[in-house]
Structures are given as structure tokens and as C-alpha cells.
Design a protein around this ligand. Structure first.
Ligand SMILES: [Zn+2]
Length: 297
């Protein structure tokens, strides 16, 4: 039984002809399930999204950089969003975590049905200053892995194989993913060796139940000289704060806030990612408005 420490690793094959990203997000998917009180189908969708975003996030260089991924396919689950920041912190949310779906015709969780495919996968890399980089592709299936593979192909011109898996019964039993990218100059020999292995990864969740990331890498890429470059611990962690929530409230404008004060006498803002509630009474709201107008002068 694997230990299920949440981690992501970056490796190369054959001296850099291909890149491998591999992650175990079991604990994070279980935490997300609890935070959002999510149905099994929504837990699987969030687990896949956490894994895909964590594998994007290991490329972040600076402490202020962030990777945000949003799938907006007009399905009954609404939109699914995850954000990875440096040092492996990931947060995730879905609009309607309670929505449960019947299994699909192959007996699997119907993630494509939950998320829909009438929309886009958007990936935003923000640097903490200046304009963010935004990449967008039309959804292929809403199953998440195929959509990310298309994103890498269209937006980064990198042929990629992406497999994401989250296994859930009463709890999340395993969750993780693998991304394999052929680099320019990758030999035919390596390409065909990777193709042969593609089938293996359709059951990545099963592999993660019994094996560590290192064991999977060793077992699945034997003969291709796998070399680990970096291992990063991952955690499901939100970065919301009193200060940020105050900014959100102030962005409504003084008139709107006074309107709420008059009608409701207080204001509660719930963070979409960690479901923490922030409460403000009338005096606190008035103080906020005063402080903001002082700053403007
Ligand atoms: Zn939060």
C-alpha cells in the first residue's frame, strides 16, 4: 500500500527526449471532498483537476506566480476551477459540488456529463505583476485529461499524453496523474516505446493504490533511463484572508455596501475554495468604507 503523501515529481527520459510529470493527490482529493461536501462524481472531477493543475504548477519559478485552470463546459456541475501557487499549494472549487451523476455507459464516473463540453479549458499563468499569460482551448470531452492534452498540443505545440485518475468509494482511495511530453528531437524509438505504455496509464489511480511515484516511474519506464529532476510536496491550501475578502467587498462600491447594511445589517462572504465564512457587521462595513475613501484622497 502506497503512503499517499501528496507529491508531484518531474523527470526526464533518455537524457531529455521526453518529460514526465507524475503526481499523487489522494489526500488532497479527500480533503476537497470534505471541504465541499462533494458528491462522488464531483470529487473525481476535483481530484483530476487538482492533479492537472499541480503538474502545471511545478513549472512555476517565482513565489508570486500562479497557475489557474478553469473548465467551463455548461454541464450541471457548473464550472470547475483550480489554482496552483508556488511551493505546491493548490486550491479547487466547483460550482455545484452536490450534483451526482449516473455512471456512464462504460460504468465510469461521468465527468464529461457533469462538466459538459460546450465551452473551454482556460489556463492562466499570472506572475504577480503585469499581464498574465492566458491560453484557451475548446473542450474535447470535459473528462479533464483529454482537455489538458489538447491544451498542451494547441497552446504549447507539445504532443502530450495526459492521464488523470481519482478512485472514490466511501473515501478517496487514490488520486493522481501523469503527463508525458515528447520534446523536439525525440527519437522514433522513444515515441513508440511511449505509445506502447499509454494503455498502462489509463489505470493511473489503480497504480497509485499500490505504488509510490518512484516505483511507478521505475516500473513503467524501464529501459528509458528515467531520471528524477525534482520532487515537490503538495498541499490543498487556500490563501484567502480577511484583507482579501475586504477588497472583494469594497469592489462592490460604497453605495452597494450601504444598501446591504440597510437591508441586512451585516454581510457574509464565503470563500469559494475553502468555504470559510467571513462576517462583517454594520460598524465594520462602515469602517471599511471610511478607510477606502481615505486611501482614495
Ligand atoms: Zn479560502
Amino acid at each position: 500500500m502506497a503512503e499517499h503523501e501528496s507529491r508531484v515529481l518531474r523527470a526526464t527520459l533518455k537524457g531529455g527526449q521526453a518529460r514526465i510529470f507524475l503526481c499523487d493527490t489522494t489526500r488532497m482529493a479527500e480533503e476537497a471532498r470534505n471541504i465541499h461536501n462533494a458528491s462522488n462524481t464531483c470529487t473525481v472531477a476535483m481530484g483530476r483537476m487538482i492533479s492537472a493543475t499541480a503538474m502545471l504548477g511545478i513549472n512555476l519559478k517565482d513565489a508570486n506566480e500562479k497557475m489557474t485552470a478553469i473548465i467551463n463546459g455548461k454541464g450541471p456541475g457548473g464550472s470547475l476551477c483550480a489554482v496552483a501557487s508556488s511551493e505546491g499549494r493548490v486550491k479547487v472549487t466547483i460550482d455545484h459540488p452536490e450534483v451526482e451523476m449516473p455512471l456512464n455507459s462504460r460504468g465510469h464516473f461521468d465527468i464529461g456529463g457533469l462538466l459538459g463540453k460546450d465551452g473551454q479549458l482556460t489556463v492562466i499563468r499570472s506572475y504577480g505583476f503585469g499581464e498574465p499569460y492566458v491560453g484557451q482551448v475548446n473542450l474535447v470531452s470535459g473528462e479533464v485529461a483529454e482537455d489538458f492534452a489538447m491544451y498542451y498540443l494547441e497552446s504549447e505545440q507539445t504532443p502530450s499524453l495526459c492521464a488523470l485518475g481519482t478512485s472514490v468509494r466511501e473515501h478517496v482511495e487514490s488520486s493522481g496523474g501523469i503527463l508525458i511530453q515528447a520534446m523536439p528531437g525525440c527519437s522514433e524509438e522513444v515515441l513508440s516505446a511511449l505509445e506502447v505504455r499509454a494503455e498502462l496509464f489509463s489505470s493511473i489511480a489503480r497504480l497509485l493504490q499500490d505504488m509510490s511515484l518512484e516505483e511507478i516511474l521505475e516500473a513503467c519506464f524501464r529501459g528509458l533511463d528515467p531520471e528524477i529532476l525534482e520532487i515537490q510536496p503538495l498541499a490543498l491550501e487556500c490563501d484567502c484572508s480577511q484583507e482579501r475578502i475586504e477588497e472583494v467587498i469594497l469592489s462592490m462600491g460604497a453605495d452597494e455596501i450601504r444598501d446591504i447594511m440597510q437591508k441586512e445589517h451585516h454581510c457574509q462572504v464565503v470563500c469559494h475554495f475553502c468555504r470559510k465564512a467571513y462576517d462583517f457587521n454594520e460598524q465594520e462595513l462602515e469602517a471599511l468604507i471610511q478607510r477606502a475613501s481615505l486611501k482614495e484622497r
